[in-house]
Design a protein around this ligand. Structure first.
Ligand SMILES: *Cc1c(COP(=O)(O)O)cnc(C)c1O
Length: 457
């Protein structure tokens, strides 16, 4: 049996220089807790017959605990996957102006709900609204936490306990468990499905709208395509049928593109302006998909409908915070100034030219003395443009064990997320921010050194 009396006390350990270092870094209360925990672990191990560690070892154990307890789980990473709106990696990176706006309102007080003219209470709802209405021609707008909240709020405010007509082909799941039928149920709206999975006719809508209804809902099938024997009326036809029945039409666009994606060799992603022009009375979309801004949900359209929505109790529960409104306004300003393609990272990435991407991949290969630039494909992601790709060039590295190599890259600081195909590790410059290149190359060098025995390609 190990003699536990030989163990130093908490007090004795705290008087060492090593403990003073820890206290300076982590504060006294947490350091005391870590020293206690290290002693406790040591006693438990000793009870199993383990020898007693010395003081330096005990303090190293406390230091490891402190590092683990304070390590953030939300870390910046380098996205080398080539998926621009990577849902798991935080979707849209923000523009410099959006970040500056968040910083400015975040570090102090702001006019969030204050009217400078009168010196009285103002409304937070006005901040992005003027920009949104100017950009899209909508009469009014409201910004909430995310698009799921926008849809839930609109349905709750306009359709609780009433019928909402939607095509079977649009009862979609977006990912992360967001299912249109479940959101509708949560709002209290009564789901009226029309048509079949692959075939929906205008007459299906007209029959359903012959009975009293609150809304016709149109949802953009963001993340999949039905091909083959299919039919669906256009949004314009659905909106017209709804209007003939005296019912408004809500279009859940998902991505909310304000620029034409076909300009960049992609399929056309429905745009907010088009949705309104087609007759949608309300449109909702995300702030952090193709808009390229912060996480937000944007609802815009008819002023009378938005007045009801803004008054609903849920509007308070899902309202946007000041940093979100600041970043969103700054992002919208890029569109208004016609500088979105240069200023908004998502559009800069979409617009990146293959020859420039090849030059970057080649420069990486040269800097590492390994790998080569090979043709590949990037995707937009984020539930936009399913099946659509952008031609790119990746740095392709031949390594013995791609999975272990990828795992090593994930352990770098900052972590690098990449992909593997056909025994090669592929790194796409399209989604790597220029200021991250030095860190990326350092992570690659370290991983390559670690796997020395891997033959150069
Ligand atoms: C992405 C998406 C949503 C959910 O938006 P969040 O901002 O993630 O809440 C809802 N509807 C559609 C059609 C979408 O594509």
């Amino acid at each position: 049996m190990t003699d536990l009396r030989a163990l130093p006390s908490v007090e004795q350990l705290l008087q060492t220089a090593q403990a003073a270092d820890l206290t300076a870094r982590y504060g006294r209360p947490l350091t005391v807790a870590a020293v206690r925990a290290a002693l406790q672990q040591t006693r438990a191990a000793a009870a199993q017959g383990a020898p007693l560690p010395d003081r330096a070892h005990l303090l190293a154990q406390a230091s490891d605990l402190l590092a683990a307890w304070t390590r953030p789980s939300l870390l910046p990473v380098i996205n080398a996957t080539g998926v621009i709106l990577h849902t798991n990696l935080g979707r849209a990176p923000l523009s410099a102006a959006a970040l500056a706006a968040m910083d400015a309102v975040g570090r102090g007080y702001s006019t969030l709900e204050f009217d400078l003219e009168s010196g009285r209470r103002g409304s937070r709802l006005i901040h992005a609204e003027a920009l949104l209405t100017r950009l899209t021609g909508a009469e009014a707008a409201v910004v909430v936490n995310n698009n799921a909240a926008a849809l839930l709020l609109a349905l709750s405010a306009l359709a609780a306990r009433r019928r909402v007509v939607i095509a079977r082909s649009q009862l979609i799941e977006i990912g992360g468990g967001f299912r249109i039928p479940e959101v509708m149920k949560q709002s209290g709206a009564r789901l009226v499905e029309v048509g079949t999975t692959n075939k929906v006719r205008l007459s299906d809508y007209e029959e359903a709208l012959a009975e009293p209804a609150a809304l016709a809902l149109h949802a953009h099938a963001s993340n999949f395509r039905i091909i083959g024997f299919t039919e669906e009326p256009s949004l314009a036809e659905i909106a017209a049928a709804a209007h003939r029945a005296g019912v408004p039409c809500l279009d859940d666009l998902g991505s909310g593109a304000l620029l034409p994606t076909e300009r960049y060799g992609l399929a056309h992603e429905p745009m907010v302006q088009e949705s309104l022009a087609a007759g949608a009375d309300l449109v909702c979309f995300s702030g952090d998909k193709l808009l390229g801004g912060p996480q937000a949900g944007i609802l815009l359209g008819r002023a009378d409908l938005l007045a009801k929505i803004k008054k609903h109790p849920l509007a308070r529960a899902v309202r946007a915070d000041k940093t979100c409104l600041a970043a969103l306004s700054a992002t919208l300003l890029h569109y208004l100034r016609d500088e979105a393609e240069q200023a908004i990272p998502v559009w800069r990435m979409i617009a990146a030219r293959p020859e420039d991407l090849r030059a970057r991949a080649q420069a990486w290969a040269q800097a590492l003395g390994r790998g080569e630039a090979t043709a590949s494909e990037s995707t937009v992601g984020g539930g936009s443009l399913p099946g659509e790709t952008l031609p790119t060039f990746v740095l392709s590295l031949a390594v013995n064990n791609p999975d272990r190599f990828l795992a090593a890259l994930r352990r770098a600081s900052p972590p690098v997320i990449a992909r593997a195909a056909q025994g090669q590790v592929l790194l796409d410059p399209r989604t790597v921010l220029p200021e991250q290149e030095t860190s990326l190359l350092a992570a690659l060098r370290q991983a390559l050194n670690h796997f020395q025995k891997d033959k150069p390609q």
